[in-house]
Design a protein around this ligand. Structure first.
Ligand code: SRM
Ligand code: SF4
Length: 584
């Protein structure tokens, strides 16, 4: 057993909120009923996250409202889980309709294969959640100190084992959902939660929770928990950025099991050296049948050993850092009651999406669309939302949300391709055809105006930066090169910027830290290159490096690898943990 030597320091205040909440009830019902404000009570703001709801306000109008002595323009964000990013046309239509009733009238595809609806008024939250439940989608555990939406390689063409791996992904997701009746009581008038798959009724006896929450117990986890499943050679879920990961091992076309990874995570705080991005360690191999028990025990290890005093240091990556990957494996095997095999060989080649038509092994076709910023919206010249709705009316397969905020129209019969192509073109959903390689390889987190933690713009900034960089790319002949560029409005890392070959992290309005040198395969973090620089300085810094890359790169050499070989930044020995604020 792992010995924790903490001498009972004071727990973080959120632990008290969870303990007093009676399994996530708190006073959410009372808060919803209070028509004197658009907000909910402070403790409920923490608890509602477990229900997939964040209280926000429109930051674009904050100052103006303050000037006029008005309350903030409160509204809510609902995050809707889609394990592995799989979404039926019927589900799409429901999300589309719900988006019409929120302030922004947009659907946001997130970096973790989920939907987000912003700008929902308090009085509409229940309708949103009930409508989702009717078509087997839930916001439960989309956020909060629990396991979140489990991710899976989204591309059904990618391998013969994809359907099997997707099924395992859905099982992990359902098994780790909280069991509290509070969600159904508050939002569903007591009706059962509809996950579309059987939710785990029983958990192993030694799970360590209690009768209401067999796995989580009354205080849930110390912090959020994230799982991804990857099928090599595509690391398009960024498996090493996750608390727990499973890498599918396929032999002779058959799934023989998964390598288990632990301890990844992106978030850090500027200037706090105790916080840092970390890539996961590969610790063991398990059979397909062992995946769910392994996930359950790892979550239980974090429940028991995660830091409940300092939330900035409470993610599982810090538990792994403290106990060590070997210690985690030993504890895992002890809880499982059997030993696991050592990890097997695997090789990743890329983290990006594949665009355009790709044939699947079942003879059906999959169309990868580039959706800038993951934002599905009707603009005057680009009616993307209307287009997707029309496609959902005729499409007989399903949709796959990717971890790069893009979308796949999946499972199209050869004879239906023409019709889909015509709609994609009509509604300008075909940006993948003409966008530069860098634009197609971008991720930008939401940031302003909705994110309460944003220090700078991101989704509204990165496309403009890329436009300016495209002038240099053209001069250098690099228009088609996939150079991974990722930005976030703060160091929390929602767009996984520390895995960008070029990473930008908001410092203050209009200024960013510039990072270089991540691995194209998602197996090496980048390094801080310049601190707190403006748009013009970013261009000035990147221009000579991009021109140098065009002239001096070796055959097949990726931009991130080049910046290290040429000494712009130094790789850490393992490519793993680093203190992101320390420039080399
Ligand atoms: Fe995130 C918080 C948006 C993926 C690390 N994230 C937030 C909040 C909820 C802000 C808040 O707490 O008030 C953001 C809502 C903004 C808005 O208005 O929509 C937010 N995170 C997002 C999304 C929507 C970004 C996007 O543009 O797609 C992603 C939703 C994923 C999903 O569907 O569940 C999103 N967030 C991530 C990722 C990427 C990932 O998981 O692969 C990370 C880094 C990986 C990790 O967790 O280590 C991430 N978000 C954070 C953190 C930092 C956690 C930490 O370890 O310190 C926060 C802040 C926190 O938890 O205190 C945060
Ligand atoms: Fe908000 Fe920061 Fe996440 Fe961007 S990285 S969405 S600014 S919390």
């Amino acid at each position: 057993m792992i010995a924790d030597n903490d001498s009972a320091p004071q727990l973080h205040k959120n632990e008290g909120i969870k303990t007093r909440s009676q399994y996530l009830r708190g006073t959410i019902l009372e808060s919803l009923a209070d028509t004197s404000t658009g907000a909910i009570a402070p403790d409920d703001q923490q608890l509602s996250k477990f229900h997939g709801i964040y209280q926000q306000d429109d930051r674009d109008v904050r100052a103006q409202r303050r000037k006029h002595k008005l309350d903030k323009a409160y509204s809510f964000l609902a995050r809707i889980c889609l394990p592995g990013g799989v979404c039926t046309p019927e589900q799409w239509q429901v999300v589309d309709e719900l988006a019409n009733f929120n302030a922004f009238k947009t659907i946001k595809l997130t970096t973790r294969q989920a939907f987000q609806l912003h700008g929902i008024l308090k009085g509409n939250l229940k309708d949103v959640i009930q409508s989702c439940n009717e078509v087997a989608m839930t916001t439960l555990a989309a956020c909060g100190d629990v396991n979140r939406n489990v991710m899976c390689n989204p591309n059904p063409l990618a391998s013969e084992v994809h359907a099997e791996v997707q099924e395992i992904t859905a099982q992990i997701d359902a098994h780790l959902k909280p069991q509290t009746p509070a969600f159904s009581e508050i939002w569903l008038d007591g009706k059962p939660i509809n996950l579309g798959v059987e939710q785990a009724k029983e958990r192993s006896k030694d799970c360590g929770g209690d009768a209401v929450e067999p796995l989580y117990g009354p205080t849930y986890l110390p912090r959020k928990f994230k799982i991804a499943v990857a099928i090599p050679p595509y690391n398009d879920v960024d498996v090493f950025a996750h608390c727990l990961g499973f890498i599918a091992i396929v032999e002779d076309g058959k799934l023989i099991g998964f390598n288990v990874t632990v301890g990844g995570g992106m978030g850090m705080t500027h200037g706090n050296e105790k916080t840092f991005p970390r890539l996961a360690d590969v610790i063991a191999f398990c059979s397909p049948e062992q995946v769910v028990p392994v996930a359950e025990k790892i979550v239980a290890i974090q429940r028991d050993h995660g830091n409940r005093v300092d939330r900035a240091n409470a993610r599982f990556k810090y538990t792994v850092e403290r106990i060590g990957p070997d210690g985690i494996r030993a504890e895992l095997e002890q809880r499982l009651g059997y030993a696991l095999e050592d990890p097997k060989d695997y090789k990743f080649t890329s983290t990006g999406d594949r665009y355009g038509w790709n044939e699947g092994i079942d003879g059906k076709w999959n169309l990868g669309l580039f959706i800038e910023g993951g934002r599905i919206v009707d603009l005057e010249d680009k009616p993307l939302k209307a287009g997707m709705l029309e496609i959902s009316n005729v499409h007989k397969g399903d949709f796959r949300l990717t971890a790069n905020q893009n979308l796949i129209i999946a499972g199209v019969a050869p004879e239906d391709r023409e019709e889909i192509d015509a709609l994609v073109e009509k509604y300008q959903l075909d940006a993948y055809k003409n966008a530069s390689g860098m634009r197609r390889s971008q991720i930008a987190c939401v940031a302003l105006p909705t994110c309460g933690l944003a220090l700078a713009e991101s989704e509204r900034y990165l496309p403009n930066l890329v436009s300016d960089l495209e002038v240099i790319l053209e001069e250098a002949g690099l228009q088609e090169d996939e150079i991974i560029i990722r930005s976030t409005g703060c160091p929390n890392g929602c767009g996984r910027p520390y895995l960008g070959e070029i990473g930008l992290v908001g410092k203050v309005p209009g200024k960013y830290n510039l990072y270089l040198g991540a691995g194209f395969d998602g197996e090496r973090l980048n390094k801080l290159y310049r601190n707190s620089i403006t748009h013009e300085q970013i261009i000035d810094e990147l221009k000579p490096i991009l021109l140098d890359y065009a002239k001096e790169r070796e055959k097949g050499e990726r931009f991130g690898d080049f910046t290290i070989r040429k000494g712009y930044v130094k790789a850490t020995p393992t490519g793993n943990q680093f203190h992101a604020d320390v420039a080399c």
